[in-house]
Ligand binder design. Structure first.
Ligand code: IPE
Ligand code: IPE
Ligand code: MG
Length: 254
């Protein structure tokens, strides 16, 4: 019985191993990496220091996710609402994304990570768009893990963009209105072909989705933790996976 592995006070790494052994690892995990600013504030640092520290966390969690056999990791890096922040912070984040790609893409390639950006990437700077395209092209045949980075992403925006494309297909006569069902609709989302989100993790204590993966998380489980993203460890990630593995998902059935 897989349940016997869990909640026995073993250290988290062992428990996660058990989740892996039990075949109860989520296929698709999505993370709302929140709390960089609060982490920095608590240390008397600039908010930007929190974002920088958060990149370090992301590297570790990506590796852990891959080691655990998670197929897809989707992380929320910048929302369509985050443009409301002071320009200096937005600029810093954009520069950080560039720096991250420049430093990490080679490693990702070597570690068999396939990186893909979701969201309205066409509104990012041309330079960043080029780096994104190059990163996606370099890693496109990797199959160790699919690593989706949501940048200028909003769930509502994604659904609107899909609806627009579907309307165009109908206008052109490629599709009829009656043919639009959930499976067809999904093909027009940024995550076309990707399994639905099994587990959403949000760090830093807020209990909301903030416009993340509205369609894909329709039946997701949620894991909320007070830990700020820069302090979120592979051990706590494994604990979240363990927690997920012990849940009973009914999908409306009995
Ligand atoms: C998450 O941390 C990172 C982004 C939204 C880019 P925050 O910057 O939202 O940190 P808090 O929520 O202000 O602590
Ligand atoms: C969600 O965090 C977006 C990202 C983590 C990129 P926010 O900090 O922007 O969310 P709200 O404003 O608290 O809802
Ligand atoms: Mg926040």
């Amino acid at each position: 019985m897989w349940k016997k592995f869990f909640g026995r006070g073993k250290d988290n790494a062992d428990v996660a191993e058990a989740a892996v052994e039990a075949g109860r690892v989520p296929r698709h995990v999505a993370i709302i990496m929140d709390g960089n600013g609060r982490w920095a504030k608590a240390k008397g640092l600039m908010r930007t220091a929190g974002h920088r520290e958060g990149v370090g966390t992301l590297k570790k969690i990506l590796r852990k996710a891959k080691d655990m056999g998670i197929e897809v990791l989707t992380v929320y890096a910048f929302s369509t609402e985050n443009w409301k922040r002071p320009a200096a912070e937005v600029d810093f984040l954009m520069a950080l994304f560039s720096e991250y790609l420049q430093k990490e893409v080679r490693n990702m390639y070597e570690e068999n990570v396939c990186i893909k950006f979701i969201g309205k990437t066409n509104e990012l700077s041309p330079a960043l768009q080029k780096e994104i395209a190059a990163a996606q092209e370099l890693t496109k045949d990797n199959d160790g893990i699919l690593f989706n980075v949501a940048a200028n992403y909003g769930g509502r925006d994604e659904i609107c963009r899909a609806a627009r494309q579907i309307a165009r297909a109908v206008q052109k006569g490629e599709l009829t209105a009656n043919e639009i069902d959930e499976a067809v609709f999904e093909n027009y989302l940024d995550t076309a072909g990707v399994p639905p989100v099994d587990l959403v993790i949000r760090t830093s204590g807020d209990l909301r989705l903030s416009n993340f993966l509205l369609w894909q998380a329709a039946y997701a489980e949620f894991y909320f933790t007070d830990t700020n993203w820069p302090d979120f460890s592979p051990e706590e990630f494994a604990a979240a996976i363990n927690n997920f593995a012990a849940r009973d998902r009914r999908f409306g059935g009995l």
